[in-house]
Ligand binder design. Sequence first.
Ligand code: HDE
Length: 710
Amino acid sequence: MKPQKKNKNQDNLKTKDLSKNTQSPDKEFLTTNQGVRINDNNNSLKSGERGPSLLEDFILREKITHFDHERIPERIVHARGSAAHGIFQLYESQEQFTKAGIFTDTSRTTPVFVRFSTVAGSRGSTDLARDVRGFAVKFYTDEGVFDLVGNNIPVFSIQDAMKFPDFIHAVKPEQDHEMPQAASAHDTFWDFVSLVPETMHMVSWVMSDRGIPKSYRMMEGFGIHTFRLINQKGDSHFVKFHWKPVLGVHAVAWDEAQKISGKDPDFHRRDLWENIDQGNFPEWELGLQIVPEADEFKFDFDLLDPTKIIPEELVPVRIIGKMTLNRNPDNFFAETEQVAFHPGHIVPGIDFSNDPLLQGRLFSYTDTQLSRLGSPNFHEIPINRSVAPVHNNQRDAHMRMTINKGKTNYHPNSLGGGCPYQAMIKDGGFSSFPERVDAEKIRGRSKSFSDHFSQPRLFMNSLSKHEKRHMVDAYAFELSKVNHDHIKERVCYNLSMIDKDVAKQVADKLGITIPKKVELPLNQNIGADEDPVRNEPKDANHVTESSKVLSMEAHNKGDIKTRVVGMICSNGVREDSLMAYKNTLESQGATVKIIAPKGGKIKTDQGTALKVDENFLTVTSVIFEAMVACDGLDKEVLEHQVAKHLLQETYKHCKAIAILGNGVELLNNTQIPTNKKDPALLVNDEAKAFVKAIAAGRNWQRELEPVVPA
Ligand code: HDE
């Protein structure tokens, strides 16, 4: 029997595997699908030049038939996504916890394919919707495919798979008029949320700035559920998976998100693609929170409850390796659209917990591929294909690619020499953790899942002032779009169980009063026979506990790597100050774009020609992280509405601005207040100081001042 292949140089293994199916038309003739060379690809076969087309035109028929069937159903959730190839490398063996090769063999480079997504919107919707982001990683390991199908928020909205179709129906566009697209700000979503208080934790994260990331490259990822790790001896430890972005965690402002949705709805997709293209490979460190079996009941929440985090203060995250995304897909449909993730794709050394949400997912993901990809052979699609050999007695079905040789397709057999053999555990055969289960069959929920308010309170307590303000504003924004007051009241009532001040602020903005008690419609509680007043909290007092890492502030790395800075220029711009700024910014890893009234090139005061990246017709401040008004600007730019708007909008979104030389005249033509101390508004300062100002993060203080129109 063959031992499992150990691959020391795997970074190209999946690429090599994919190359069996990639093709390019370089120096090739155009052909039909049957390989017949085509002589005229412009005209159909007709009887006479003006005559009717002929049915015998096999070339036209084939071309149109294929086109007619190009579309497949989009994903029921996470339809909008973007993906990239990469590698995972382990820092240190975790063999005390797991026997999984990717987590024990530091000499390996494991290929990965990662797809990021929004949840609610359709395939063509905006990247900048306020939403959770999917963070799905496919590891092509020596022992088979391991999928870590997570999100950018560490908790989920519901506790039991039974509620998933209801939750998704509620958040998707409403069934009568199919509105709104890619938005949770509507009645059905908040109706559901208000009736299911377990949603409040995840919803509070989504209402915070985590719901509008700056970039896929700047988000955390979480496996959410508790899984198990199993070591060589068969011992089990509970585990939660974390991805920590090397660039830190960053978001945009809500007004910015809405504008980006119009100006560049592909903002996240473009950002991921361009950065990988330019060699700015995004990286994440993988972390584990490990809980020994013996500590399963040590916490005041249930490890199996997916609406709960394990605070890092209680169980620190062990960083164990790094993932780098270093190659864009060759073909969006073949790879990004056809990739099929499944939390049930695990390898020896990893196992499931009894989280009832995870258990339901284990059914759903294969099932959905059957209607989306159309066949149980979806594992043969190149992007889904394991790099570990696949042999079994499954046969046939639509679009079977493998040509299985020999006579036997059953087990046990003697005619085929007993092949393929079952693998003993020592040969890498998977065996489930022998957890003892001894219980009555019931349809119900553990009482240990019933505290819905302590953790959202922990989350809110951990936010910085501006983060909390943004969350309050987001709650108020979304609920303002709700037509029914009783829904708004119920949400505010639930909020008041978490944080009375937050609830009051939201209610004030909505112009409603928080009810003392809410009546639930008949039989809307967990089970029809359960106590209907289930949303009475155990403890509605404020606790002061907080957890540092829940605030995005804790994840600012203090650098400006890969941030995009705009420089407003014109003909005659002063080259020395422009270049001093540009070079300093670029030396710190930022990307600089030259903005000028017209496309083409501008000439500096020294006669150098500079390529214009954005002209006044295409430019928008929202794609930049910071803005510079250069010295030597001509009169047209100093008085131009677009130039003024660029500065005002950058200011409004609290981003850093640098003014050089006569750029001051442009500043003075705007409504930006210049009489206040503002650490992110630098006039004739050094480029180094500007770098520092960008790295420090936005000056959210500006939000408390009268709004600058933009
Ligand atoms: Fe999913 N989810 N999910 N989900 N999910 C899908 O599978 C489902 C859940 C997540 O980029 C679907 O192939 C159920 C939690 C991501 O291709 C579907 C339940 C988490 C992606 C499905 C959940 C996720 C999906 C749709 C509750 C975070 C996109 C298309 C029991 C840990 C993967 C597909 C990609 C996709 C079902 C809950 C993450 C229908 C039934 C919790 C990142 O099978």
